[in-house]
Design a protein around this ligand. Structure first.
Ligand code: SF4
Length: 399
């Protein structure tokens, strides 16, 4: 089968990687090309027609996304997702040395699923001073290349806090890439400080904001929003903020919180809306499915290992215009995250020092992984570890 160039119209900041993104026949795809039709039908079962579409490079529709989630043919699903993963990223698996900084958990909202937020004065409430944050940056011994910063919606903070935060980090180390503030925080800043979303984004960018994380949307379902986070912005506003960010040159990730009360149809609708936005802006780096962590231990509302694998695989197949699918090991655990590297994921996130949002929700994973641990996880999965910077430029390879 002939290799074909995949026309992504990638913005400049995506093509910095050493390897061009190619829509090419993957090794794994070649390995089933010569099978007899009956053996292929046995192997792929109810997904045989979807495999055919993927081999042809055709886009999957909503119905097919739902079928992928409903199928019990897990290995066939993983196989098909892996074809796409290897087309786009070969055996490369990325990780980054990063620091997760939650500057405050004081929040004016009280989303039902959130274990992270506190009210002012409540036990466990915290607000980091600028001095504290900047000391973390200047004391860094791990040569982090990315700061990931999100926080609660804290109405007591002045606008200057954010501007000085960004400027201060860049002044200490201009090579650190700052990925900060969800669309929910940006919309909150605009409301609180009486500026447009665009003005806020422009000013934060000028102060040092390089990219935005993908959180805040949870899942684009008005039904779920009404029940779980009714006061938070909905899908249309989230998309509007991200569209503006992409337009003015701030790329972002996108996430989906799954494993709570959402339906499979709502998950697929979420993916399709993201795909449509990416068609329009080309501003997303990676998609990150986030497994929900319930407050109570005996809850049955949590994502199982199978659900984690399916969510990675289905997102790889539905989000055909996203360069990367990230397995967030903090939420699904390093061992399941490692297995997803054969189910469509090509990024294990990073060292993730000091994460609090999932740990306050009961995540039992480590608080950080070392570079050596990440390299071992990736190598044992038969992949090639690539240390990347925030723009997916190669910093080092570990063949
Ligand atoms: S999810 Fe975000 S906005 Fe909602 S309560 Fe938690 S910190 Fe606040």
């Amino acid at each position: 089968m002939q290799a074909r160039q995949f026309d992504r119209r990638l913005p400049e900041y995506f093509v910095a990687d050493n390897s061009p993104l190619m829509f090419e026949t993957s090794q794994i795809e070649k390995s089933t090309a010569d099978l007899s039709p009956s053996l292929r039908a046995d192997l792929f079962g109810d997904l045989i027609d979807i495999r055919h579409k993927v081999v042809q490079g055709e886009r999957l529709d909503r119905e097919e996304g739902i079928r992928l989630y409903q199928s019990d043919n897990l290995l066939a699903l993983g196989y098909i997702a892996n074809m796409v993963r290897e087309r786009l990223n070969g055996f490369r698996t990325y990780f980054v040395r990063n620091y997760y900084l939650n500057y405050t958990n004081i929040c004016e909202l009280d989303c039902k699923f959130c274990s992270f937020y506190r009210k002012e004065g409540q036990d466990g409430a915290f607000l980091m001073s600028l001095d504290n944050i900047l000391k973390i940056v200047s004391d860094d011994k791990d040569n982090i290349t990315e700061m990931h910063m999100v926080g609660g919606l804290n109405p007591a903070l002045p606008y200057d806090y954010y501007i000085e935060l960004l400027r201060g980090i860049k002044k200490i180390n201009s090579r650190i890439h700052i990925k900060a503030f969800t669309a929910v925080e940006i919309e909150f800043f605009a409301r609180l400080y009486g500026k447009t979303v665009e003005r806020i984004l422009v000013e934060l960018k000028e102060a040092g904001l390089d990219a935005m994380p993908g959180g805040g949307a949870e899942i684009f379902s008005e039904r779920v929003r009404q029940k779980m986070f009714a006061d938070k912005i909905g899908a249309d506003e989230w998309i509007s903020v991200i569209r503006t960010a992409h337009r003015i040159g701030i790329p972002s990730n996108a996430t989906m919180l799954y494993g709570h009360m959402e339906t499979i149809e709502e998950r697929v609708d979420h993916l399709i809306r993201l795909r449509e936005l990416q068609d329009e802006t080309n501003g997303f780096f990676a998609f990150i499915p986030l497994a929900y962590h319930p407050h109570v231990e005996d809850s049955t509302q949590w994502a199982t290992g199978i659900d984690n694998l399916k969510s990675i695989a289905v997102s790889r197949l539905m989000l055909d215009n996203f360069p990367h699918i990230k397995a967030y090991w903090i939420s699904m655990g390093p061992k399941v995250a490692q297995i997803t590297l054969g189910f469509g994921a090509d990024d294990l996130d990073g060292t993730v020092r000091d994460e609090r949002v999932f740990h306050m929700a009961g995540a039992s994973t480590e608080n950080a992984l070392t570079k050596r641990q990440l390299v071992k996880l990736i190598k044992d999965a038969g992949r090639i570890p690539i240390e990347r910077d925030a723009l997916y430029r190669t910093i080092g390879t570990f063949p």
